[in-house]
Ligand binder design. Structure first.
Ligand code: FAD
Ligand code: SIN
Length: 525
């Protein structure tokens, strides 16, 4: 068993930012970060557009950013949270700069601010079209300079340790004592006992096979919390990004064409060349992304096509290549010349607006357990996240959680935590059960729980999901732990939450659209 003061699960922007702050404040305490793949693998690494933050005092204001966030969230944001996050944004960005992250500036040395859907002003700081890669690089460099931080890659958190596992009379009923962790290289499971545990395990994109997220986004943090009976809310609000590069193979992680490209003036066209967004919203291509994704979905259903197009051919190509070198390169690799060809695009699952419910200090409904970043539900996004508000949210909440810890002491309990019990399990001879059920799950979520939902399809989804769940649980009881098996189990839990919370929602809001809730005549779809 390993003991640590602070256990951080995940090495994206949320986990690393908290780790840096707490380790610097308490050099005599230990911070242990575990992460299930290479240390930099995360949604953070792939963030393109940037960080939304108010820096231009003349044109922009906190009020405008707050307003844009509230409009995107469609009445379901927590206004106090929105105000706090927007107000604290510039301070948190300043810290990132001090830690060595670079952002593009113009010839006057001012930040080169971009614009994205739903934003009324230019306010996105970015580093070319690889902002997340740059932030992750800077944070990892900083973490490696801190002697009291241990960062263990290829370590997979299986489950949170709670009273249920500890069975010690001194253990509190509703508290977290660390996690059971699978060392993926050694194939061994061990216990990390922690005074405080931070879930920073990121998104759920892979629950839908077709996603902008990398393969690590399997909702492990949300699922672990759910199994520990921690409050998880707003799971019906899955954000679909309108413009993932179309890939005929279907259920794959697919490359994102940043919303900032539309911010620069690119048009969405159907195959007949029509700028169909003008029929759906007066902001056209720069409507918030729930509206753009739903409009594309409607257009595809009308035409029977598999994708629409993003037309950049009228844009200044020198500017384009300067701002979006990676997108330009990626298109070229896919035999698309952005200067002359339209880019084939289709919506893909992108972001989880809900998650583990937290208060302003990042506290969950369980003692000693905090959540930050995409796996958390803070109230900032409401029914739909405004573009580039996610990196901002992670920075602000990592700081709040740090502040809370700086002002509170934790008692280190001498609890006896039993080792992980895998008696009666053996290494499975074949993995087809995992692969088969994963494909079934992703097809189910794509076909029955997509952009436009209905109670009939959701009810069918519950029945199918139960068959998948039962088969996988039987397998889990007999098989030695593997990452793919745990991830599948987690994705089943996440799917369960999305489906049930979708059934429960009786009003369409933001990114959530259910046919049963359409009462008015002349509804959009
Ligand atoms: P992540 O960065 O995903 O980190 C999660 C970490 O947890 C990873 O290290 C992962 O390996 C680890 N982990 C997961 N499960 C386990 C487990 N069981 N055990 C151990 N470790 C585990 N947002 C913006 O604001 N602006 C943008 O421009 C932007 N662009 C985006 C572009 C793309 C393609 C994508 C996919 C997302 C984008 N987003 C953007 C969203 C944003 O990047 C993410 O919401 C944010 O980075 C999430 O940070 P995080 O630290 O919460 O999670
Ligand atoms: C993008 O660059 O389009 C992604 C921005 C985001 O998800 O906030």
């Amino acid at each position: 068993m390993v003991s640590t003061n602070y256990l951080v699960i995940g090495s994206g922007i949320a986990g690393l930012t908290f780790a840096v702050k707490i380790a610097e404040k308490f050099p005599d305490r230990t911070v242990t970060i575990i992460t299930k793949a290479n240390e930099d693998e995360s949604n953070t690494k792939y963030a393109q557009g940037g960080v939304a933050v108010v820096l231009d005092d003349e044109k922009d204001s906190f009020k405008k950013h707050v307003n844009d966030t509230l409009i995107a969230g469609d009445g379901l944001c927590d206004e106090d949270v929105v105000k706090m996050v927007v107000r604290d944004g510039p301070k948190r960005l300043q810290e990132l700069l001090l830690w060595g992250a670079n952002f593009d500036t113009d010839s006057d040395g001012e930040f080169d601010l971009g614009k994205e859907g739903g934003h009324s002003e230019y306010r996105i700081v970015h580093y070319k079209d690889i902002t997340g890669y740059e932030i992750e690089r800077a944070l990892l460099k900083k973490v490696h300079q801190l002697k009291n931080v241990a960062l263990w890659s290829h370590h997979f958190a299986i489950d949170l340790i709670t009273k249920h596992h500890v069975k010690d009379p001194n253990a509190k009923e509703n508290a977290c004592y660390g996690a059971y962790v699978f060392d993926q290289k050694k194939g061994a499971i061990f216990t990390i006992k922690a005074d405080s545990t931070l879930l920073a395990a990121g998104g759920i994109g892979k629950v839908y096979g077709h996603t902008t997220n990398p393969v690590i986004a399997t909702g492990d943090g949300v699922a672990m919390a759910y199994r520990a009976k921690v409050k998880v809310t707003d799971m019906e609000f899955i954000q679909f990004h309108p413009t993932a590069l179309y890939d005929a193979r279907g259920d794959q992680s697919s490359f994102l064409i940043s919303e900032a490209v539309r911010g620069m003036g690119a048009y969405l066209r159907n195959k007949n060349g029509q700028r169909f967004m003008l029929d759906y919203d007066e902001r056209a291509e720069l409507a918030s992304r729930d509206i753009v994704s739903q409009s594309i979905d409607s257009e595809l259903k009308k035409t029977g096509d598999t994708h629409v197009y993003l037309d950049c051919t009228h844009l200044d190509m020198d500017e384009f290549k300067k701002h979006f070198p990676n997108i330009y390169k990626k298109c070229k690799q896919n035999h698309i010349n952005v200067e002359t060809d339209w880019i084939p695009v289709v919506p893909a699952s992108h972001y989880l607006c809900g998650g583990v419910q937290v208060d302003k200090d990042g506290k969950t409904s369980m003692d000693n357990l905090f959540a930050c970043g995409e796996c958390s539900r803070t109230g900032l996004h409401g029914a739909n996240r405004l573009a580039s508000n996610s990196l901002l949210e992670a920075l602000v909440y990592a700081h709040n959680i740090f502040k809370y810890h700086a002002n509170h002491t934790y008692e280190t309990l001498e609890l006896k935590i039993p080792e992980w019990n895998d008696e009666g399990t053996s290494v499975p001879r074949e993995h087809v059960i995992i692969q088969h059920n994963l494909k079934q799950l992703q097809a189910l979520m794509r076909d029955y729980v997509g952009i436009v939902r209905s109670n009939d399809r959701l009810e069918m989804a519950i029945k199918h999901l139960e068959l998948i769940r039962a088969e996988v649980e039987t397998f889990y009881k007999l098989a030695k732990i593997s990452t793919s098996l745990c991830e599948l189990r987690n994705m089943i839990n996440v799917a369960h939450l999305i489906i049930n919370q979708s059934i429960a929602r009786t009003e369409n809001k933001g990114g959530f659209y259910k046919l049963d809730n359409v009462k008015e005549k002349g509804a959009k779809l």
